[in-house]
Design a protein around this ligand. Structure first.
Ligand SMILES: [Zn+2]
Length: 188
């Protein structure tokens, strides 16, 4: 069992730019199946997300809560479960301790859920996700859909980038299973 720290927009669901309506939630290709597989293999799934739309006044904390509650319900519907959803509501200029790549949200989650940040896998589509993962000593996987899917699940990453690149979350889940030394599941 390990903990997987997941970015939300652009990693789990389509990035809508300041999503304020639960109806706008839509899993990215492969994401639902990846979540289900990771959950069934015993991984704890924790969402860590920058939501500066709150600090910018674009949507309220209540709207953010509604979106996250809907996301949690969608994840349950596909047979998985989120152990937690942690969001930074601040703007970049607020210089808070929780906006990724700051590690405040992970520290909070680690304290509340009981895990070692250095033993996690961080998956996200942004440089801030990679930087967060490096800061806590985690394995990092960057979702890079624009990159052509290579013959293998993992493409070698450039220096300063994530440990692994994956075109979608399902390929990222495959990388995690390989890291654990588990037998590789069949590919779709
Ligand atoms: Zn913050």
């Amino acid at each position: 069992m390990s903990v997987v720290l997941l970015d939300r927009d652009g990693t789990l669901v389509v990035d809508r730019d300041y999503l304020s309506d639960p109806a706008g939630l839509e899993f990215l290709p492969g994401a639902a199946e990846a979540l289900r597989q990771l959950h069934l293999r015993g991984h704890r799934l924790v969402v860590v997300s920058n939501q500066s739309g709150v600090g910018r006044g674009l949507f309220s904390p209540e709207q953010l809560r509604a979106v996250n509650e809907r996301l949690a319900a969608m994840v349950r519907e596909i047979g998985a479960e989120l152990a937690g959803i942690y969001c930074c509501p601040h703007r970049p200029e607020d210089a808070c301790a929780c906006r990724k790549p700051a590690i405040g949200l992970v520290q909070q989650a680690a304290g509340e859920l009981g895990f070692d940040p250095a033993a996690t896998v961080v998956i996200g589509d942004k440089a801030s996700d990679v930087a967060l993962g490096r800061a806590i000593g985690a394995v990092t996987i960057r979702i890079a859909p624009a990159a052509a899917a290579p013959a293998s699940a993992a493409a070698p990453a450039a220096d300063g980038d994530a440990d692994y690149l994956a075109p979608d979350l399902l390929r990222a889940a495959l990388i995690i299973e390989r890291l654990r030394g588990a037998s590789q599941p069949h590919e779709p």
